[in-house]
Every structure is written in structure tokens, then in C-alpha cells.
Design a protein around this ligand. Sequence first.
Ligand SMILES: Cc1cc2nc3c(=O)[nH]c(=O)nc-3n(C[C@H](O)[C@H](O)[C@H](O)COP(=O)(O)O)c2cc1C
Length: 314
Amino acid sequence: MSIYDDIKKPVISLAPMEDVTDTVFRQIINSIQRPDLFYTEFVNVEGLNSVGREKVIHRLKYDPTQNPIIAQLWGIKPKNFFKGAQLVKELGFDGVDINMGCSVKKVVQRKAGSGLITQERDIVKRIIERTREGAVGLPVSVKTRLGWDSYDFEWIEFLIEQDLDVLTFNAVTAKGDMSLVPNWDIISKIVRLRDDMRSKTLIFGNGGISSLKQAKEYAKKYCVDGVMIGRAALSNPWIFSQQDEVSTEERIEMLREQVILFQKTWGKKKSYNKLKKFIKTYINGFSGSQEIREDLMECKSIEELLEKTDNLFD
Ligand SMILES: Cc1cc2nc3c(=O)[nH]c(=O)nc-3n(C[C@H](O)[C@H](O)[C@H](O)COP(=O)(O)O)c2cc1C
């Protein structure tokens, strides 16, 4: 029995985003309106199995109110995926997602993330198998792209053959011109291919979605089982609610809530700089927001930011 048996379709989820979708931001989204499914930021399995474990394990922190939630792992060594998946199971997550889509340099250089698209298929198979063994019964999914530098149906067909619970496609390639504009037509071709192959794997689409309405429209139009929303949630944490307008007071209040929760959750463990991008999240779209934002960006500490935002109400 997996969460995907019960969960309503299309499954609208919050995409995994490094240094964005930590337990604090997910909690904030939860307090407004949660998506159907959460993911953690990606967690490096080599890091989890090294002396540097402390540097990455914080990414698996979550609050039980966030279930259903999937932990996302990235790396290269099958044995580390095995141990990583065991830990994910122990911690009470609802599934394991394997990152085969990240294209940032530090990841691709190690042939991990989207680098796996260019690897021997045997290695990819071993990673999936060992993750499954570690996850004992938890659903296992893969998030990837449409290919390395061109649409790659050999890669896509290979993944469908792996009998995964879910395959999520960010509708771009890792490199080249097709890495820029999401192509959802390819995603609907993948859905047809999945049906032709008589596979039960759910297909989720991702890339360039800007509202809940668009997510639902795309699910219908492209026949996917789910839609994942990333950057649009960072610029609008209200995205999963039906709320069209958010007042200035509400925006400032929510920024303050996030800052206070960040401090309570992480203390000195995470640098204040990781919070700064959220000033832009909340302080935008109202008259005078640019000046206020620029002023708040000058703050050097949480205390200063809280003091300044408190004074905004005067
Ligand atoms: C700041 C940032 C961090 C990201 N970190 C991850 C990650 O940890 N794991 C992952 O699979 N994708 C990651 N992504 C990719 C997103 O999950 C998503 O696939 C991509 O942003 C496209 O969706 P969007 O157009 O809705 O943003 C990240 C994207 C951004 C912008």
C-alpha cells in the first residue's frame, strides 16, 4: 500500500528546491495551504555516509504535519543510496525520490543528478535497485529531465521499464537550447509511451507553471498524473490556495513568521544569508515595495530584520 494509491489525482506538489524548501518554508506553505505532496531538498547520499553527515542531514528534518512528504536523494554510489533509503524509511517519510535531473556544476561533475543520463544504464539500474532494497516497501520515484542535450526517448523508455512508482519530468534538457523552454508536448508523448508500454508508473510534469489554475489545466491538457510547482512557489507561497490577493500586512506578517520559525528551527546552524532571498518573496507587488525591500536587504541579522519589519506597522 503506497501513498500513491490513495492520493487524489492530479497530484499537485511543491518541487524540491535546495535552500528553499526546507522544513521551515514547507511549514509556512502548510500554514497557508499545502500542496498534495511535499518533497525535501535533495540530500547527498555520499555526504550522509561520511564524516560530513551533519552538513547534509538537516535537509531530512521535517514536521509530521508535512506528511505526505517524499525525501529526495542524490549521489552516485548504489551502496550509499541503499543506506540513504534505509534512513529515509526509518525517519517516517512516505517515499524516496532519486534526483536524476539536477544540472548544477558540483553535481554534474560527479556524474550525479542529470549526469546520470549520460552514464552506463547498469549504474542507474543499480542505484534504483539498491534504493528499493533500502526503502523496503516505500514507493521509489525518479525526477529527471527530457535528456542530456536533446530529447532522449531511449533514456525515457529505459526509465519507464524500471517500474518506478512515479517519474517526474522537468520538461527541459540538461544542456543546450532545449534546456531553456519547457516543452510539455514531449511530456504528453511520454504519457502515451507509458500507456503503450502498459506501465503503471505515474507521470508528473514540471516546468514553468505559474499558478494553481495553470497546474490543473496542464494536468488535463497533457494527461499527466501530477504537476510539480517550483519557482512560482518561491515568489508566491500562497500559490496552493485560492487566494488571489494578499494584503501588504499579510505579506509582512508572513515574512516575520518565517524569520521567527527559521530562528527557532535552525538557531545558529544555518546562516542568515539563506533567509535573505525570502525578503523578495514577500516584499513585492505593492506600492513602495521596492524601497522597503532594498532597505530590508541591508539588514545584517535576524534581529535587525525583525526590528525593521516591526517598525513597518507604525
Ligand atoms: C533554487 C532552486 C533549487 C532547486 N533544487 C532542486 C533540488 O534540490 N532537487 C531537484 O530535483 N530539483 C531542484 N530544483 C529544480 C526544481 O525542482 C524544478 O524542477 C525547476 O525549478 C523547474 O520547475 P519550475 O519551473 O516550476 O521552477 C531547484 C530549482 C531551484 C530554482
